[in-house]
Design a protein around this ligand. Structure first.
Ligand code: HEC
Length: 243
């Protein structure tokens, strides 16, 4: 009996941990909108231009992305298909795994499902947490992902900045803020907006079927609306003689 209680309590622990953790401390919340096609298109463009050289998105085909995001074949070919000629191809990288290991020490992970494993807030915060760090092998570091092997590939857009830390007591340093060194092509607001679009795109990437569900949802709402009007009209018709 005692064991049974123990098992019951233990099996509840993960639930309790999730309920109390929340898990989003230190992350900046991002308000994404999968119904915003132009945001998804801008995100796709950034992704293809800046991320696909190292990361793959092996579950996505260019063709499907074009259809889902409302991008016509010609635009898709000219702007988004930089690594292949065939729209039916998946979004893979040309870099070899051996090369990646040599350059970064790790193989850049496939990003198809990262929005599901890490969550949108994590990705949005990560992409806005890089700073210049002379002691790192790539010259870059990240306050959310310390000693990250990924360089800040968007530094031209965001600009150079360093991070300040304080309180070395006990060897523990606390992040105190960023110091802007050289401005980038984008203002802070523009960069945040671009990262919001990119996060939006990665959420779509992780679950393309969500877009289809949105579409079905809209038709269900329209159907219900028409049904309510018809029901109301019928009711009026029936009760006309009574009043
Ligand atoms: C120059 C190669 C390179 C480019 C370009 C690049 N990354 Fe990375 N990225 C890496 C490497 C290497 C890692 C692994 C970091 C580690 O484990 O320390 C990584 C890790 C990540 C992670 C963490 C994934 C996880 O599950 O831990 C995310 C998210 C990510 N990259 C997003 C992006 C996005 C978005 C872009 C485009 C803006 C991009 N990366 C461009 C090399 C790259």
């Amino acid at each position: 009996m005692k064991n049974l209680i123990k098992i019951a309590v233990l099996s509840l622990l993960p639930v309790l941990a999730m309920a109390s953790g929340g898990g989003n401390e230190g992350l900046d919340p991002v308000d994404i909108n999968l119904a915003d096609k132009s945001s998804l298109q801008r995100g796709a463009k950034t992704f293809v231009n800046y991320c696909l050289s190292c990361h793959s998105a092996a579950y996505m085909r260019y063709e499907r992305m074009g259809t889902d995001l409302g991008i016509n074949k010609q635009l898709l070919r000219e702007n988004l298909m930089l690594a292949t000629e065939k729209p039916g191809d998946t979004m893979t990288v040309t870099m070899s795994e051996d090369g990646a290991k040599k350059w970064f020490g790790v193989v850049p992970p496939d990003l198809s499902l990262t929005a599901r494993s890490k969550g949108p807030d994590w990705i949005y915060t990560y992409l806005r947490s890089f700073y210049w760090d002379k002691s790192s092998p790539t010259g870059w570091n990240n306050t959310l992902f310390p000693n990250v092997a990924m360089p800040h590939v968007l530094y031209r857009l965001q600009g150079y900045r360093e991070a300040e830390f304080e309180g070395t007591a006990g060897g523990i340093q606390h992040f105190a803020g960023y110091v802007e060194k050289t401005p980038g092509q984008m203002s802070n607001e523009e960069y945040d907006a671009a990262m919001r679009d990119l996060t939006n795109f990665m959420v779509y990437l992780a679950e393309p079927a969500k877009l289809v569900r949105y579409k079905i949802g809209v038709w269900v709402m329209i159907f219900m609306g028409v049904l309510i009007l018809l029901t109301y009209a019928t009711k009026k018709e029936y009760w006309r003689d009574v009043h």
